[in-house]
Design a protein around this ligand. Structure first.
Ligand code: HEC
Length: 139
């Protein structure tokens, strides 16, 4: 019985690995934005932390320290560029160079939440909060 269970688990693990392979290949061509085509998939992310984990950390890394590899992903940790909240809003909504515009994929609330999240975490201590209306103004 134990052996059968182990064998079943192994088969399941193999099957899920096979299933996830094509997805990974897709994602690597469009780092972090693989879910974009699936329209509305990101509405599930509620709150700044969830948006960061679901959308941003694929490029900016879990610790928001950025990465240099296939591309240059700037650190959001201890980032003086976040001082003026309008700047991160604009980058997220309208994109900037290799950072994709996310206006069609995130709601005003989600952008406001993630901006407030990155501006008050990862060594950033900006106290002023942005509101969904601030995001709307930049669309
Ligand atoms: C596909 C990869 C990718 C994803 C996903 C992504 N970013 Fe970026 N981001 C970048 C790149 C590349 C840049 C650098 C753009 C440039 O060269 O100006 C950047 C720049 C930024 C900047 C400007 C940083 C600075 O110091 O000037 C902010 C703020 C930012 N991203 C926030 C976010 C947030 C918040 C999310 C999630 C909602 C996110 N990014 C998702 C790739 C990404």
């Amino acid at each position: 019985m134990k052996i059968r269970l182990a064998a079943t688990a192994a088969i399941l693990a193999l099957a899920s690995a096979l299933v996830s392979l094509p997805t990974r290949a897709d994602d690597s061509q469009d780092i972090g934005t693989g879910a974009m085509g699936r329209g509305g998939a990101w509405t599930q992310f509620k709150g700044g932390e969830a948006v960061f984990k679901g959308v941003c950390q694929g490029c900016h890394m879990t610790d928001a320290k950025g990465a240099v590899g296939a591309g240059m992903y700037p650190a959001l940790a201890k980032d003086a560029n976040l001082e003026t909240a309008a700047y991160p809003i604009s980058v997220i909504v309208n994109g900037q160079k290799a950072m994709p515009a996310l206006k069609n994929f995130l709601s005003d609330q989600q952008v406001a939440d993630v901006v407030n999240y990155i501006r008050s975490n990862f060594g950033n201590r900006y106290k002023d909060k942005v509101k969904p209306e601030d995001v709307k103004a930049q669309r």
